[in-house]
Each structure stands twice: as C-alpha cells, then as structure tokens.
Design a binder for this molecule. Sequence first.
Ligand code: NAP
Length: 280
Amino acid sequence: MTATMPVACVIGWPVKHSRSPVIHRFWLKELGLAGDYVLQPVEPDDIAGFFRDLPKSRYVGCNVTVPHKEAAFAAVARREAAAEETGALNTIWIEDGRLVGTNTDPLGFLANLDAEAPGWDAKPGPAVVLGAGGAARAIVWALLARGFAPITVVNRTPQRATAFAARFGNRVIPAGFDKLPALVGTATVLVNTTTLGMHGQPPLRIDLSPLADTAVVNDLIYVPMETPLLTAARARGLRAVGGLGMLLHQAVTGFEHWFGQRPRVTPALRAEVLKSIEAG
Ligand code: NAP
C-alpha cells in the first residue's frame, strides 16, 4: 500500500451497515490491485463541503447512500443518463477534476436477471412493479429500456404512484394494491421494490396463481435471501430471482471507474457477502 494508491469510499449517515467495502475489497484482492474502499460517515451538515473537497481529497470517488443521494445529484458537474432520467445517483468518480455521477441500480437490476433468469426479456410485455420509491425508479427505467410496456406501478400511497408515473410518460400506469389481483395475470415480469418481506417488516403476500407460467418474479430484498414472495413464486413453478445479485452487479461500474478493471460477479463473491450479511 502506498500514499498514491486509489481509495474509494461509501458516504452516508449512518454508513456502517453498508456491504460495499466487502464487495470492493474482495475484488481488489482477487484482481491483485493496490487500493482500498472504506466507510466514510458524513454528517448532513458537512455534505456540501465533502463534495466541494472531493476532487482534491484522497478519494478517487464514492458510493452514496442515505441521506446524501439528493445532495449528490445536485453536486456533480455531469450526470450519465441513468442518473439524469431516474433522478437518482449512487456512484461518483472524478474526470478532469470534476465530479461525474451515475445511478448503477438499473444496470445491476438488469445484469442480475440476465444472469439468474437468462432469456427473461426475450418477449418483453406488460410488467408490474410494486412500490414507487427510489429503487422503483431504477427498475422502471431499466424495464422500459428493455422494451417492457405498459408498466403498472402499484403503491400503497396512491399520490406517490401517480407522481411517479407522470415522470415516465404514458407507458407507466399508477395503481393501488386493490387493482393487483386483476393485474397479476397480465404480467410477464413482477418486481417487488417495497420493503414488505424485508427482515423486521411484514411479509408481502399476493396470489401468484394467475401469473403466466413463463413470468419471472424478482424481489429486490436480500435480507432475508429467501422472501415469502420468492418462496410463493417457486412453489408456483415460476422463475424467482432475489436481490443480492443486483447489489453485487450494481457495484461493477464504480469499481471499474475507480480501480481501472472490470470485476466479475462470481459465486465466491456472493458467498463472501452472504457471510458478512449473516454475521450481522
Ligand atoms: P423507499 O424509497 O423508502 O420506498 C419504499 C417503498 O415501499 C414505497 O413504495 C412504500 O410505499 C413501500 N412500502 C413501505 N412499507 C409498506 C407497507 N407496509 N405496505 C406497502 N408498501 C410499503 O425505499 P427504496 O430505496 O425504494 O428501497 C425499497 C427496497 O428495495 C428496500 O427493501 C431496499 O433494501 C431494496 N433495494 C435493494 C437493492 C438491491 O441492490 N437489491 C437496491 C435498492 C433498494 P409508500 O409510498 O406508500 O410509503
């Protein structure tokens, strides 16, 4: 390790729950690269100063987590399309002394399904996305990019679904959970982006029997790995994909910018991150 080795970080407040150091340190070691990836707590009052000083700091860039995503979106000099069009940004690097940012969640989502359910997008049709929060924006943007339409966004708070859909135009339709039974049978892909099913939250229980046999079910949640939704989908004989792969695949872009090599998502990486999650 030398004073000039590249160091990236994840900023948040708090930030100690982040698994990103486990992922990036695994890749640095696997690829034999000098570098490090650390947790960097930043208090909300200090965030403007952090971004101002970032180009001259010891860091080559950062991941951004709660509550700094909005500040990051505003702070960068240039946003890639995935950030601009989803209105969210989670990865920053430095080009010619200026901050550049993107949202790596859409790519992570697509790469996870490509890997775990090959051919899932061969015949893109109607999709159902549960939830209208930050993650849902990445998912809807990615599904539209792969040709899925219409996409119905089903949310507990109707106003949020309506505002969400308006951002994407007429290929995205807002709905309440009362409409779900009628919608399920139309979906070629169904994605849960709500927190229902997460450790400590109520389970997501929906009747999957009307889904077509070829439909794919994806849950963004990865704690626990096997959610009630995934169990129900498997019991119904459907392809069911969990959220851990998205977490791993979304990290690839940042690593490549900061450390100069494109890493791979492998079973060994998955095992390492799982071990860390299980350790709490
Ligand atoms: P968020 O912005 O807070 O949105 C949460 C969503 O969950 C909202 O649509 C909210 O509905 C809904 N919700 C919460 N409690 C509910 C309940 N009791 N009944 C029905 N709906 C409920 O969160 P987010 O950032 O989008 O993250 C959502 C989930 O995705 C989290 O579990 C997160 O861990 C996961 N995620 C995973 C990855 C990955 O890499 N695998 C990446 C990003 C996010 P209202 O609008 O009605 O409140």
